[in-house]
Design a protein around this ligand. Structure first.
Ligand code: NAD
Length: 355
């Protein structure tokens, strides 16, 4: 018998706990016990408030090395709790995984499953179907900066935008390779190089150089402000979008809105060949937590994405097909037009998967 795949499960805070429970129920319904072993971790605001630990082995990096050596993938909910104003646990656990495990490709599919979910008029599922590749380890989220004369009228605040040739090149190459592998013809790079001439000049030059290597792919560029307008005006034109950390963060919330809201959006934090992490795009949504109202579909589609990444493709497809049925038959939570609770929606999808 082949070795079981090992998945670390970190539900985190708020609705993270509820949507991950739903996604696990769906994966279990696939009959994956013989193929996958799930190990649960309680890293969260609750744990941090109890014993001050965010992720054991954070400081010396041993916790991340253990995740890499002991697991094939990490399945994460969301982090953020009003009781932890500093958000230190989210920073150390979530950004810790992304940065310290060098998960440089944040892959976020934007796919409309049913016309009724899109806030735009006359837009069908075939019109919204693209993937955003967000650089995940550099840019403005590197925590490089500082303040000077804080609290005084002369206060200065600096936050550096860190872009390396290696970092920019590998995410652009990843997006171009993905396009090639998936039969996509168009890759668009978005930046703000008209004003951020140094940082985004590097993106421009790198994209141009790599484009020459991929003559089978039609490459193009848009400034990020124009892209936001075009995503609303005509989302049909996009197949693959590649961008930096902050712009990727922002445009994928807009992308999520095109799909029916944050509750529908999935993502993977990937380093090819290494232990990667998968999480729904949404946060912990404290006002919804504990009420059985959060949409579990983003987490369920994230589970499918993770299974596909691990080579468990048939089960991933079964999950996606069952989610599509749930959306079409309105067996969903209220945010996407149904009347089910989080648990009931996940159970309905699990039942379809099992049939
Ligand atoms: N990856 C992450 O862990 C992550 C991402 C974003 C925000 N956060 C954290 O989450 C907390 C709340 O942040 P926020 O309110 O800006 O973002 P959020 O994603 O938690 O919620 C934004 C909005 O989307 C709705 N929403 C989100 N997920 C939903 C779901 N599954 N079903 C139905 N509706 C859903 C919420 O009701 C809210 O109106 C903060 O502490 C923030 O730092 C964490």
């Amino acid at each position: 018998m082949s070795k079981k795949l090992r998945i670390a499960v970190v539900p985190g805070d708020g609705i993270g706990k509820e949507v991950i429970a739903g996604a696990l129920a769906v994966m279990t319904a696939c009959g994956l016990e013989s193929k996958i072993e799930f190990t649960h971790f309680d890293w969260s605001a609750d744990r941090y408030l109890k014993d001050g630990i965010t992720l054991p082995g954070y400081a010396d990096g041993s916790g991340f090395r253990k995740l890499e050596s002991d697991f094939d993938a990490i399945f994460v909910g969301a982090f953020g709790d009003p009781r932890v104003a500093s958000n230190i646990h989210a920073k150390e656990i979530l950004l810790g995984m992304r940065f310290k495990m060098d998960l440089y490709a944040n892959v976020r599919p934007v796919k409309l499953l049913d016309e009724s979910l899109c806030p735009l008029k006359g837009v069908n599922p075939q019109d919204v179907d693209f993937t955003v590749f967000r650089e995940n380890t550099e840019g403005l989220y590197c925590d490089v900066g500082g303040t000077f004369k804080q609290g005084s009228p002369d206060e200065v605040a600096l936050q550096e935008d860190v872009n390396t040739r290696k970092g920019v090149e590998r995410i652009i190459r990843y997006a171009l390779d993905y396009a090639r592998k998936h039969g996509k013809k168009k890759v668009l790079m978005t930046d703000k190089s008209n004003v951020m001439t140094y940082a985004h000049g590097l993106w421009q030059r790198t994209f141009k150089e790599l484009s020459a290597e991929y003559s089978d792919i039609q490459t193009s560029h848009m400034y990020v402000d124009a892209l936001c307008m075009q995503m609303v005006r005509d989302p049909r034109q996009f197949e693959v979008i590649v961008t930096n950390n902050m712009f990727g963060d922002i445009i994928t919330d807009l992308g999520a809105a095109l799909q029916g809201g944050l509750g529908m959006a999935a993502s993977g934090n990937i380093h090819p060949g290494k232990t990667s992490m998968f999480e729904p795009v949404h946060g912990s949504a404290p006002p919804l937590a504990g009420k059985n109202v959060a949409n579990p579909i983003g987490a369920i589609l994230t589970a499918a994405m993770m299974l596909d990444h691990l080579g468990v493709a048939a089960e991933a497809q079964r999950i996606e097909a069952s989610v599509l049925k749930a959306v079409q038959q309105k067996k969903t939570t209220a945010d996407v037009g149904g009347s089910l609770g989080t648990r009931e929606c996940a159970e309905w999808i699990a039942q379809q998967v099992a049939e």
